[in-house]
Design a protein around this ligand. Structure first.
Ligand code: FAD
Length: 300
């Protein structure tokens, strides 16, 4: 079946890379997940349009993969087409105080480019290991800093493959949300309006953001970052720790003893184990404190 999809995609004019039954685990920061029936890396935006239209015509499911840093891929893998944007659509240009980046650009790299040009507003991205597309979709952020605050507009393909643009007000940015999280679209890129500042000062703030993460988070082990959203007036990590769950393990996945809202893989963890641990933590926190934690990561 994968071979037939590959052939059909090529016949439709797709020029990028195609791999059949390609493991997703190495493409996610949790290092978990079975194969994508078809992993397609578009050569450019036209290629992404071809893939979307092909999937639609054939009634094939499709998904978009950024850097897989907020993602739990199922052990059985996923059917249909996974469009991988990391390594594609990664241009990043600066003109005055405006930075334009493709969805596949690394978010930390874009933050560094902004710093080199003496532009402030994206320093918080230094330790967020996603793509620009993933950061826009998730409205990634750190404390009061959020991706959406710096966005001027977002370019995307709707599910018919039509190119569309929304300015910040139309993107529905809220805490770890945007309208792109609810709709079947491909975010193609974003324009950010930043503030001129001394490059050395921007760089110093960027380094401070990156270092504060290393000090508080288990960045040396595979994870998806925060497992749960911040509940009103509290912290998920505080509640999990107070419930005595630091170090709780199911299979090879463990509630980090460095930061309880990070669940780290000790090697060979499965999605089944992750979901079991997540459910066990949700239940215990709800039982102890009456708070129902809400998951931040996307489970495919
Ligand atoms: P992916 O994980 O690849 O995808 C996430 C979701 O977005 C999926 O549903 C995917 O289909 C969709 N998607 C991705 N790209 C596109 C696109 N171009 N078009 C349409 N849909 C798309 N997050 C924070 O907010 N703040 C943090 O401080 C933070 N720290 C982290 C630290 C660590 C160590 C790790 C591992 C993760 C952290 N995260 C943090 C989570 C994660 O890095 C962010 O959510 C990031 O924005 C996800 O980007 P990604 O490219 O990896 O998206």
């Amino acid at each position: 079946m994968a071979a037939r999809i590959e052939e059909g995609l090529r016949d439709a004019g797709f020029r990028g890379e195609i791999a059949g039954e390609s493991p997703l685990a190495p493409l996610t920061t949790w290092r978990i997940g079975g194969p994508a029936e078809i992993l397609a890396t578009p050569a450019d935006l036209d290629d992404a349009v071809i893939a979307l239209r092909f999937a639609r015509q054939r009634g094939l499911p499709w998904r978009v993969l950024g850097n897989g840093s907020n993602l739990l891929a199922p052990d059985a893998g996923v059917r249909g087409i996974v469009l991988r944007l990391r390594g594609a659509l990664h241009a990043c240009t600066v003109e005055g105080d405006v930075l334009t980046a493709g969805a596949g650009a690394s978010f930390p790299r874009v933050a560094n480019v902004a710093a080199e040009h003496g532009l402030a507003g994206l320093e918080f991205a230094a330790g967020i290991p996603g793509t620009v597309g993933g950061a826009v979709v998730m409205n990634a952020g750190w404390h009061e800093h959020e991706t959406g605050n710096a966005v001027a507009h977002v370019d995307f393909l709707d599910e018919d493959g039509k190119a569309r643009r929304l300015d910040r007000a139309g993107c529905g940015f809220a805490y770890r949300r945007s309208i792109f999280r609810e709709r079947a679209v491909v975010v193609a890129g974003a324009r950010f309006t930043l503030s001129p500042d001394d490059p050395a000062r921007v760089k110093a703030r960027l380094t401070a953001f990156a270092e504060s993460r290393k000090a508080s988070q288990p960045t040396e082990l595979p994870s998806c970052g925060s497992v749960f959203l911040k509940p009103d007036g509290d912290f998920a990590g505080r509640l999990i720790e107070a419930a005595g769950l630091k170090g709780k393990r199911i299979g090879a996945i463990e509630v980090s003893s460095k930061h309880a809202n990070f669940f780290v893989s000790l090697g060979g963890a499965t999605a089944k184990d992750v979901l079991a641990l997540v459910a066990a933590v949700e239940d215990e926190v709800a039982r102890r404190f009456g708070v129902r934690l809400v998951r931040e990561f996307e489970a495919w």
